[in-house]
Design a protein around this ligand. Structure first.
Ligand code: GSH
Length: 244
């Protein structure tokens, strides 16, 4: 059995893995696991990944979780172009510096609007306005740091070429953008960076990867977005309760 990827295209790290594999011509079998239908909690998927998280990679008997580990595994195993994960120590370590910061500040912040605007209302929960406003402020502050500290005057976050850091950031920012958030209105440098990443990845691949997410508001309006099953409510409520 070849490479298998368990993904939900509504998830930022899943899309990063999907785009990376597609862009680099890595063949894989896709298993779609729909989180909002609670499919990641079912017995079949739990036997693959007892952590019940996506993305998950299966390569023969080898099972791997965590998007960053998966991206590094794929880049090493398939010897993708060096710019993604450059061998030079100081570039490589800058990617990890970024990804550490990303885990603390980007992840968990830019994913919040999907929970407050889409998932919470679906299960009849109203997230207090002050939390929504606080999240918007946190996004603005984080974008400022992304622009000043990481992007600076370079073409991409780490160097003049695309790396795993750009891909992870790009996908995370897609989440609120798909819900209509204008992230770059007063940030021309970040806007230009975003355009460069999109151009590098290619419009067709971006459309393919973002299709589900970009349709989300339509799905909600048409009531075709899956209403999570009750057994998934405790996870959802826990996630929502963690919004600062
Ligand atoms: N640090 C992990 C995060 C994985 C993660 O949180 N995945 C989410 C989807 S974005 C998930 O599986 N959520 C299901 C749940 O927590 O119940 C990574 O980057 O892979």
């Amino acid at each position: 059995m070849g490479l298998e990827l368990y993904l939900d295209m509504l998830s930022q790290p899943c899309r990063a893995v999907y785009i990376f594999a597609k862009k680099n011509g890595i063949p894989f079998e896709l298993h779609t696991v729909e989180i909002f239908k609670g499919q990641h909690l079912c017995k079949e998927f739990s036997q693959v990944n007892s952590l019940q998280k996506l993305p998950t990679l299966k390569d023969g008997d080898f099972i791997l979780t965590e998007s960053v580990a998966i991206l590094i595994y794929l880049s090493s195993k398939y010897q993708t172009e060096e710019h993604w994960y450059p061998p030079e120590l100081q570039f490589r370590i800058r990617i990890h510096e970024y990804l550490g910061w990303h885990a603390d500040y980007i992840r968990g912040t830019f994913g919040v609007p999907l929970w407050t605007q889409v998932v919470a209302p679906l299960i009849g929960v109203k997230v207090p306005e002050e939390k929504v406003a606080r999240n918007r402020t946190a996004m603005d502050r984080t974008l400022q740091k992304l622009e000043d500290k990481f992007l600076g005057c370079k073409a991409f976050l780490i160097s003049q070429k695309v790396t795993l850091a750009d891909l992870m950031a790009f996908e995370e920012l897609m989440q609120p953008m798909a819900l209509g958030y204008k992230l770059f209105e007063e940030r021309p440098r970040l806007a230009a960076w975003h355009k460069r990443v999109e151009t590098f990845l290619g419009a067709e691949l971006c459309q393919e990867a973002h299709g589900l997410l970009l349709n989300i508001m339509e799905q909600v309006a048409n009531k075709t977005f899956p209403v999570p099953p009750p057994e998934f409510y405790p996870n959802i409520l826990l996630r929502i309760s963690k919004i600062p």
